[in-house]
Design a protein around this ligand. Structure first.
Ligand SMILES: Cc1ncc(COP(=O)(O)O)c(C=O)c1O
Ligand SMILES: [Zn+2]
Length: 419
């Protein structure tokens, strides 16, 4: 199936102006807003069935090629982006007393975050347009992801990230051989600079929040969830929101499947933000237009002043009957520990925000007993162990003697730590 036949155009979600697929438009030339990839669902549906998908041995995101805005998959794709497990979490299900609870564990991607889905499709799209150099502004994960996959595909990544990003993420970027330009400013400053750089040097822009191809990559997480649940749509899905690109991708994935007639409804999509960086939740709660905030949160990946994909994020929540919820840093760090202790999954603070949002919503009866819930865990806790360490302390060393251990163990049992 040629992409030219599957992908009709890119269309502005604000003013509706349509753009041909080639030359690739990043944003609307009329109003500057973001674009949607518009597919020909009847054509796709006539050529691709659930049975075809079930027979496909490829576990990566490329099993969904007919719904992706590129011509073909990379020839060698064994690094495997996607195909992450949907982990049922019985302890959390029991403790929070709902019908079923699943963690979509996207820490299991090559660079440890969901962003690999976008980088993978972005790199292939860039290759099809003849680009060997890609530039990205990032709070850290998109950059680490682009760096990793650019290394795999033999391309050059240029990264602009806030100098304050967690050291593990900056290390990842350099380790994979990308050029890192730490920016003395916020993520928003890095974003603006990356736009100018991409323009001046003619590089492919993998900056989240403007490039519609990246939303299409991220939507594969929703396609996987639906397939893993055998096309039975969950009731609610909690998504951490920074720029709003991931949540837009989640919406687009379920939207595509509904248009194809593979699912019969959309799940409620819930936007979770840190209360120190809650531009989207503020609009959902109070109406009005998106307004910039001064982001301040431990969850660095969702520390965003102005969400570049804010309109798409609002649409995702409003069109699915979802809601927005803000969580404090304390709630995020508590949820990070709760998730690890009750599911064996170590999430970074931004990803743990989804868990915190769920806990808060359950306590306020915004989640009902009969709900099947998905928590989207978008990035690994190993990317920012300093944050997790706020909730724990490594015990003092003991002598390598049994008496020392007895003493240690009886202390631990008294204080309750570790048992
Ligand atoms: C781990 C993680 N979670 C959530 C987000 C938020 O995604 P978005 O900015 O698309 O809303 C990011 C973005 O950097 C991330 O890295
Ligand atoms: Zn427009």
């Amino acid at each position: 199936m040629e992409s030219a036949n599957r992908l009709i155009e890119y269309r502005c979600l604000n003013c509706g102006t349509g753009y041909p697929v080639d030359p690739f438009p990043y944003t609307c030339k009329d109003c500057g807003q973001n674009l949607d990839a518009i597919f020909d669902y009847s054509r796709i549906g006539s050529l691709w069935t659930k049975a075809d998908l079930a027979a496909d041995p490829d576990r990566s995101i490329w099993r969904y090629l007919p719904l992706l805005p590129v011509q073909s998959p990379p020839e060698i794709r064994s690094i495997q982006v996607g195909g992450t497990p949907l982990v049922e979490a019985p302890q959390l299900t029991g403790d929070y007393d709902i019908k079923r609870l699943f963690i979509k564990d996207d820490t299991r991607n090559p660079s440890g975050s969901l962003k690999d889905r976008a980088s993978e499709v972005g790199l292939q799209h860039a290759a099809e347009l003849g680009h060997d150099i890609l530039v990205a502004a990032s709070t850290g994960n998109a950059a680490a992801s682009l760096a990793a996959l650019a290394a795999f595909y033999g391309k050059q990544a240029i990264i602009l990230a806030p100098a304050s990003a967690p050291i593990a993420k900056l290390t990842q970027i350099l380790q994979y051989g990308a050029i890192l330009c730490p920016v003395d400013g916020t993520y928003d400053d890095a974003f603006d600079l990356a736009g100018i750089v991409a323009e001046e040097y003619g590089w492919y822009s993998r900056s989240t929040g403007i490039n519609p191809v990246l939303t299409e990559g991220k939507k594969t997480v929703a396609l996987e969830i639906a397939e893993q649940l055998n096309w039975v749509v969950p009731d609610k899905i909690f998504v951490p929101v920074g720029d709003g690109c991931i949540i837009s991708g989640v919406y687009k994935g379920f939207y595509d499947l509904k248009e194809l007639g593979w699912i019969d409804r959309l799940p409620e999509i819930i936007a979770v933000q840190a209360s120190g960086s809650a531009a989207v939740v503020n609009v959902l709660a109070g109406g009005g237009n998106l307004e910039s905030v001064v982001a301040d949160t431990v969850a660095d990946s969702i520390a965003v002043d102005f969400p570049r994909d804010g309109l798409k994020a609002l649409r995702a929540v409003r069109n699915t009957g979802g809601f927005g919820i803000a969580v404090t840093d304390d709630e995020i760090l508590w949820a990070q520990k709760e998730l690890s202790e009750k599911s064996g999954i170590f999430a970074e603070p931004a990803a743990a925000a989804a868990v915190a949002g769920f806990v808060k919503a359950r306590h306020s009866n915004q989640v009902s007993d009969n709900d099947t819930v998905i928590l989207l865990v978008t990035g690994s806790g190993l990317k920012d162990i300093t944050a997790a360490q706020r909730m724990l302390a490594v015990p003092a060393a003991v002598k390598p003697e049994i008496n020392a251990f007895r003493q240690f163990y009886s202390e631990i049992r008294k204080t309750g730590l570790g048992v």
